[in-house]
Ligand binder design. Sequence first.
Ligand code: GLN
Length: 498
Amino acid sequence: MAAMGPAGPIPDRRDFMSLTDTLAALQAKERSAVEVTQACLEAIDRQNERLGAFLHVEGNRALKRAACVDARRVRGVEVGPLAGAVIGIKDNLCTTFSKTTCASQYLSNFRAPYDATVVQRLEAADAIIIGKTNLDEFAMGSSTENSSYHPTRNPWDPQRVPGGSSGGSAVAVAADLVHAALGSDTGGSIRQPASFTGVTGLKPTYGRVSRYGLVAFASSLDQIGTLTHSAADAAVLLGVIAGHDKRDSTCVDLEVPNYPAALDADLRGVKIGYAAEYFGEGLDETVRSAVLEALDVYRAHGAEVVEVHLPHMRYAVACYYLIATAEASSNLARYDGVHYGVRAEHPEDVIDLYCASRSQGLGAEVKRRIMLGTFSLSSGYYDAYYLKALQVRTLLKRDFESAFEKVDAIASPVAPTTAFKLGEKTEDPLSMYLADVYTISANLAGIPAVSLPCGFDPEGLPIGLQMMAPPYAEDRLLALGHQYQRLTDHHLRHPVLA
Ligand code: GLN
């Protein structure tokens, strides 16, 4: 370990398990895939009991696949772009080789009959998928405390949450248990945990990455994305998972740019939008100043900061929690005790079977959302709530469209605060919902957004900067992130692990 900074040490290159560094070391044959996989398994062994990042670890399979990659490399056979890199994936991505529980008791024994497209693409690129990470049940939550198995703890302070719902994936990266991870983001579930744990989290444009095999929460908002140590790492990983898939009709048939090649864009002349709507009441002072300092960094290197307005932003939380719950109530109707998963014993009739199976198998937050969504879709309320929310969603989308006529990207905080304490918000769902205030509008508008580490609060907890861009401009976001990470070292700081 090298120099100690104000908030966590910066490890030297050997310890720093960035995806790109690891791939370079593997390619140069300085390390073997078996060695790096073994190192990750040992780290998981040491840390997982305390941090709870993983729900299932497939160590033997991972080592076998790593040995195959090594053997092919030794024989001089061509290997894929992620050959030997160790990846953790959120447990709402279907895998045939491991259970897919969505952190729900309902699916405690569910094994999917197929692999998600992203899983197939990772493995076709010779990545080593080491296991499935913890989440809020069915990805509903902002702290990973809604997992029906165990919470995940923040490696920067184990008394605090890692954010959610992709808390397990964020912690797996932050604590160096893997080189990179995949999560899903319906309202902030990649970006908010990334900001709470000091890693880089990218939610691509809706339609950029196939959702085939992602267990549906809110289908018009869900998107798979990356959790990594840096924007450069995200560029490599996104390049592998993005692109058309005929098995997801919402996945667009657009060429996938060479993301790593786009990282070196110049900051001079770039216009970054500042919207006062993102800096209002409820925003923690230290978060505000860290984000404004990040904007100063961009400005000092030639970017221009331009004021924009998003007048409908203030309806985003209400709009999201109507649309997301409505879609969830419909998507989760499949958990009926008949098809798969938990089946209640000795039901009196079929209605009793449905009721008892759902009551026993689903957790409190999931039930709350099913009830909220069913209510807003029911006759007499549909027009007043659900339809109204769809209209507001269009207005919000137009806000972004007109803002992006003036600027290349929009900057904001990721979350109003740094990581909160376990248990602090569990009794108050509304305050938990408000933690998503800055992230959900990107999902409602379908645009890409990234969370970049931009500083630490006085207690040493990471702070995230959000950058949003027009549809399919992930390359621009990654370049903005990479340039910022060349000028700063927040993303290099690591938590000190016990
Ligand atoms: N926190 C938000 C929610 O609970 C977002 C979750 C997500 O993105 N999956 O709905």
